[in-house]
Write a protein that binds this ligand. Sequence first.
Ligand code: BEZ
Length: 203
Amino acid sequence: MKLYINRASPFARKGRIVAREAGITDRIDEVETTVSPVAANEALARDNPLIKVPALIADSGEALYDSRVICEYLDTLHGGRRLFPSVGPQRFAALRRQALTDGILDALVLCRYELAVRPEGLRWADWVAGQRRKIFGGVDALEAEAASWADEFNIGQIGAACVCGYLDFRFADWNWRPGRPQLAAWFERTARRPSVSETAPPA
Ligand code: BEZ
């Protein structure tokens, strides 16, 4: 299988963590590719018309996207502990947490583009403030839950690790840790997990 990634992308990181937790990295060729909201990438566009990473080319040749579909697909390829709980309240708690963390990541990536790619004179401070409300509201919701996670590590916690890692990577000056001791302690432990440390964004 071929997995288009960009090491900076928190959505690609979700897929990379799932592949490691599932123990199937030997079946996946990670292909680093450039993505930009303002530049073409013809090779990626042939497999994913949305020109986003991650995109997975399965052994059958079928292209799969987005990160939610890829992660759930990869979770069908191994016999170990399910990263998407298959039934009951645990399933919907994990899916709801994935929705929460994907929503935070969407807002973070939009802010990254606004603050790093958009020409300075065109930036819109009120819009960034609106995204920050979503981001920190979401991070506060994770803080309220983190103490109850114990050793649970499914798609919900994988998303949370990608949120914390991307905040540290692109928004270190936003200083998310003060007032969020549970999430900070959880991420300090979780960052040492091999699937998480091996997929850390580039220094
Ligand atoms: C980034 O450089 O922050 C980035 C790269 C790819 C996708 C999303 C974000």
